[in-house]
Every structure is written in C-alpha cells, then in structure tokens.
Design a protein around this ligand. Structure first.
Ligand code: TXA
Ligand code: MG
Length: 332
C-alpha cells in the first residue's frame, strides 16, 4: 500500500507539503487533492517522471496530460503563444476548474503533450494542490489518479483502492468538492473549442470571450482523447433513462437477479421501495449532483451492485458536464 499522508485541506501543514514537494522534485509520483478530482502528479518537465504516470495508470501514450501551475506567469512560461482570451479566462476562472489548451513551449516534453503542438494547463483551486505547487516550484503533470478508463477518484481512499502501491505518496485532503473533471477549452482554434464539458459551463466562458464551438468535428484524429466514447466507467452496467421508465426497468432487472441501484433526482421518482432495488437520492442541483456522482459510483461498485439505473438529469448548460460523464459511463 502507498503511504497516505493526512493533511488539513484548508491549511495544510508545511512539513507535509514539503515532503510531497520533495518527492515530486526527485521524479516521484504523488496523488494530490484538487477541487475537481484527485490528480496523479509528477514533475512535468521531467520526461521519465511523467512516463511513470502513464505506466501507473495503464494510460495510452497518445492521451496528453494537463499541466498544473500555481499562477498565470507559470502558465505563460509553458506556452509559445499566450492568447488574449487566455488572460481574460484566467482572470475570471483561475484558480479553478478550467483547463486551457494553448501552443506549447519547447520546454514541455513530448510525453506530456503526446507529441502534439499544444499543451493543456490549469491553476487548481485546492489549497493543498496550490501549496504543493508553490513549494515544489515546478509545473506538475497530473491526470486523474485512477487506472485508465475507471471512474476518477474523489477521495484518497479511491486512489489507494485503484492504484495500490504504484504511487510514492497519497496526500489525503479529504473529499473533492467539485466531483467531476475540469472543463477543457482549446484556445488555438477559431473560435475556441470545448473539448470536455465540466464545472465551468460554456455560457460562463462565452460571457467572457464570446462564442465558442461546442461540438467537436467528427473527421480526423480525436483532438482530445478524453472525448473517447467510453471513459470514466464503473464496473456495474449503467443506463440513463427517462424518469417514467426508471422504476420499471429497475424492478425488471432486480427480478432477473441483478443487484440494482436506482439513482433518482430528489423530487422526481418518489423513492418508494422497489423490491430488491436500492434507491439513491441525488441532488436536483447540477453542482451538487456533480460533487456526489463519482463518489456514488465508487460506493455502488464497492458494494457489488451489477446494474445502475440513472434517471436522466435535466437538459440545459448547467448539466452538460454531468450528462457527459453519465453518457461515457453508460456507453455499451
Ligand atoms: O479536473 C481535472 O482536469 C483533473 C485534475 C487532476 O486536474 N485532471 C484530469 O486529467 O481530468 P485527465 O488526464 O484525466 O484528463 C485530461 C484531459 C483529457 O481529456 C486529455 O485528452 C485532455 O485533457 N488534454 C490534455 N492535453 C491536451 C491537449 N494538448 N490537447 C487536447 N486535449 C488535451
Ligand atoms: Mg481521467
């Protein structure tokens, strides 16, 4: 088992932060809390350290990583061209769950960008992540700290369960508040392109920089491998259905011998007992739902549920990130 170091999420102690920073500077792997999900961090300018991330996750080398920095100046240093839109977005959303894809500087190793000409960068809003970034004084490449294609971790326990002893240190800062991964926006296209919806909505981005493209073009190689259809999936088979069908489907599955969980919105399906079905009441507010989604899926997996029936969340921009993650989790 990896060593787990418990820290106060609001005010991490200097000794713990220094320990994590030292391991990272030496080329080690440290799982750190961010405001979205836990990240598996390594020295972004050390290609061998970054290669260890890919090995630990079983991640294809074609899938580039997000680089985490403590401030805009550090972000600029990793890019060959820093667009005006990046400044405006950083001003509004950093530190926070928005990742910007910009042309990369030569200092960024190929392994980070999967050989591409761009680099994805964000300033995380979590006090622990920021403290470690400041103490280490290096940019940190960090994907979500889970085996490739599994549900992202929102607690240190999820990290340990998924990655076991492949990590040099797990910094436990308690549960992540955001609960799903950052929004990824490509700024080197005209207009900018939303590559992955997340906690910052397209509307909020457009209010700052004007129109963005919300759909990826189908032709050509995937601009962002995180857009692969199945990703973030639990072990249980998950289906998203209209609330009118949800209880019946759950009951039929349970009758067929499946262990079924039914995720309802709090004022949708009355959580009346369906025989053999565990009802889980999810929040009707998008941010609160996102905050609990992965933790709920991890828990259902650990309890041995074989099927998860999810009442489809509302339409609209605020739910885009949640709908996206549910769609990926349910892809056959
Ligand atoms: O909230 C988050 O973003 C978390 C925390 C740890 O910061 N990180 C995270 O990383 O979700 P990961 O590796 O699981 O997802 C990174 C996403 C992938 O969809 C990847 O394809 C995309 O960002 N990405 C990274 N670099 C890119 C680039 N240069 N161009 C296009 N997409 C890129
Ligand atoms: Mg991930």
């Amino acid at each position: 088992m990896s060593e787990v170091l418990r820290v106060d999420p609001a005010a991490p102690d200097a000794a713990s932060v220094a320990r994590a920073a030292e391991i990272l500077r030496a080329g080690g792997l440290v799982a750190i809390p961010t405001e979205t999900v836990y990240g598996l961090a390594a020295h972004a300018l050390d290609a061998r350290a970054v290669e260890r991330i890919f090995a630990a996750k079983g991640r294809p080398s074609t899938n580039p990583l997000i680089v985490h920095v403590p401030d805009v100046a550090s972000a600029r240093a990793l890019s060959s061209h820093w667009p005006a839109a990046a400044d405006r977005l950083a001003e509004r959303f950093w530190p926070g769950p928005l990742t910007l894809v910009v042309p990369r500087a030569a200092v960024v190793p190929d392994v980070v960008t999967a050989g591409g000409d761009t680099v994805a960068i964000r300033v995380p809003a979590h006090p622990v992540a920021l403290a470690i970034l400041r103490a280490a004084r290096i940019p940190l490449a960090a994907p979500s700290a889970n085996p490739s294609n599994a549900v992202s971790p929102t607690t240190a326990q999820h990290v340990v369960a998924g990655l076991g002893k492949k990590v040099d240190l797990v910094v436990d800062g308690g549960p992540c508040s955001g609960g799903i991964e950052s929004t990824v926006l490509h700024l080197d296209t005209d207009p900018p392109t939303l590559l992955r919806p997340g906690l910052v909505s397209p509307d909020a981005i457009e209010a700052v920089i004007g129109p963005i493209a919300r759909e990826r073009k189908q032709q050509g190689p995937l601009p962002s491998p995180g857009l692969m259809a199945r990703h973030y999936a639990p072990r249980a088979k998950l289906e998203v259905v209209h609330e009118d069908r949800a209880r019946d489907l759950a009951a039929v599955l349970a009758a067929a011998g499946e262990r079924v969980a039914l995720l309802v919105l709090d004022d949708a399906v009355t959580p009346a007992v369906v025989r053999g079905v565990q009802t889980v009441v999810m929040p009707r507010q998008a941010d609160a739902y996102a905050s609990r989604l992965y933790a709920t899926l991890h828990q259902l997996d650990s309890q041995g549920f074989t099927r998860v029936v999810v009442v489809r969340p509302p339409d609209g921009d605020a739910w885009l990130g949640v709908r996206d993650r549910l769609a990926r989790a349910s892809h056959a």
